[in-house]
Design a binder for this molecule. Structure first.
Ligand code: GA4
Length: 332
């Protein structure tokens, strides 16, 4: 059973904690999807932080817990079994290596393409007829895609742009280039030693998501942090019953910089495993990523050069995880 792990010294990528490096609940907006004000509150959160939590989201808890328990079963398999589904290129099972440009983290994952709204069995070499969790995963992905679309419709409403489905139709399109990720962060026993020296152990390095919107749900283990405008990192208290919404680079461009794609990262935990599931909602490859005309003020110019999602994605895959990907497309 040969492992593909890089030399362990490669994964000792560390970072300095900041003064704001603590569990900070009150900085993260909590949006009740049934609140008539939700559209305004969501829009405000996207402008200020690019991140918020949603409650009353309508996704049954069992849809989340069923997939979580199947995912735990998968990640508990012997390494040689999991390796049969890898290496991730970019889809499939990956262990510690993230992308193909040398990024590593204390994480193992499954990355799936989504085709016509369903997780593509062909994007990994997991047999379609295996005892794998296809039904749990597709039930989950269908539910969160729907939630993402409702959020995007509220955003259009909050920004008073027409038509209301101008953003959500990109995710509902059968050519939508979305993907789904299961991340498992095993407990990291070296963490204590390292953090006593004032450093933290990186599970998944800082980055922004290239897509329009991401929806993340995790088990009850800490680790996720987001960066505030002033550069301080705050820890996001985990909440297994709810979702966190992340504004992606494409939505920043479509709102001509009104919304902010939030930098985030995951720190490893020394005691508990963290399991997260993330839906990345992207447009069709041929879609032009440009400010929405109905949003632009008179005489307002795009802050960005013209590009399609395909071009942006191609460029993103050539960058390191923490790169300023959007910077390459800004008009200087
Ligand atoms: C970050 C968001 C998603 O997880 C992802 C990641 C992708 C990958 O893991 O293959 C990338 C990363 C992500 C952006 C830069 C490139 C590509 C790893 C990497 C170093 C699936 C995505 O779409 O972009």
């Amino acid at each position: 059973c040969q492992s593909i792990l890089p030399n362990s010294s490669d994964i000792h990528r560390t970072c300095k904690p900041t003064s704001a490096d603590q569990i900070t609940n009150n900085k993260i907006p909590v949006i009740d999807m049934l609140d008539p004000q939700a559209k305004f509150l969501i829009t405000k959160a996207c402008q200020e932080l690019g991140f918020f939590k949603v409650v009353n989201h309508g996704v049954p808890i069992e849809t989340m817990t069923k997939l979580e328990s199947d995912a735990v079963k998968f990640f508990n398999l012997p390494e040689c079994e999991k390796d049969k589904v890898g290496p991730a290129n970019p889809f499939g099972y990956g262990n510690k290596r993230i992308g193909s440009n040398g990024d590593v983290g204390w994480v193992e994952y499954l990355l799936f393409a989504i085709n016509s709204g369903l997780v593509s069995e062909k994007s990994t070499n997991i047999p379609a007829n295996s005892q794998f969790f296809w039904s749990a995963i597709n039930e989950y992905v269908t539910a969160v895609r729907n939630l993402a679309c409702v959020v995007l419709e509220k955003i259009a409403d909050g920004l008073t742009i027409e038509p209301k489905n101008v953003l959500s139709k990109l995710l509902r399109d059968e050519k939508s280039d979305s993907c789904f990720r299961l991340n498992h962060y095993p407990p990291c026993t070296e963490l204590e030693a390292l953090s006593s020296g004032g450093r933290n152990f990186i599970g998944f390095g800082e980055h922004t998501d290239p897509q329009i919107i991401s929806i993340i749900r995790s088990n009850n283990t800490t680790g996720l942090q987001i960066s505030l405008r002033d550069g301080a990192w705050i820890s996001v208290p985990p909440d297994q019953h709810f979702f966190f919404i992340i504004v992606g680079d494409s939505l920043q461009v479509m709102t001509n910089g009104r919304f902010r794609s939030v930098k985030h990262r995951v720190l490893a935990n020394n005691i508990k495993s963290r399991l997260s599931m993330i839906y990345f909602g992207g447009p069709p490859l041929s879609e032009n990523i440009a400010p929405l005309s109905s949003l632009m003020d008179e005489g307002e110019e795009s802050l960005y050069k013209e590009f399609t999602w395909h071009e942006y994605k191609k460029s993103a895959y050539r960058t390191r995880l923490g790169a300023d990907r959007l910077g390459l497309f800004e008009k200087k």
